[in-house]
Design a protein around this ligand. Sequence first.
Ligand SMILES: [Zn+2]
Length: 132
Amino acid sequence: MADRIPLVDYLVLEPEPHLIAHECTSCGARFFDRRNACASCFGMKFRDVAVATTGELRAFTIVSLAAPGIPVPFVAGVIDCDGTSVRGNVINTDPDPDHVHLGMKVRLATQVVGTDSAGTEAIGFGFEPVGK
Ligand SMILES: [Zn+2]
């Protein structure tokens, strides 16, 4: 089996795919990028926490123009994962308003976004509708 490398460092593939956030130990704010200080309370201590893999679509945009090589249309969304706001694409569904709507239940899903010459797969994530 080919090696699999997460596309972003907050995506963990094993044992089950999930996202890791840095949580401020003072106020509980969560961030996916590395920070030296919390944007909410300026606390400087963080711990890694696993983010819920299911959530609700809170906002989305159907993107029909993108850089060359990026298939369009796709759905860029913001998902509320049990209180943690996550940016991600809605995948594994038709990218149109008949299939994507605010408040829909989604779950984390991974997809191969590229393969290098050695066969190593880059794994990205998105959110797919629950109950497909
Ligand atoms: Zn804080």
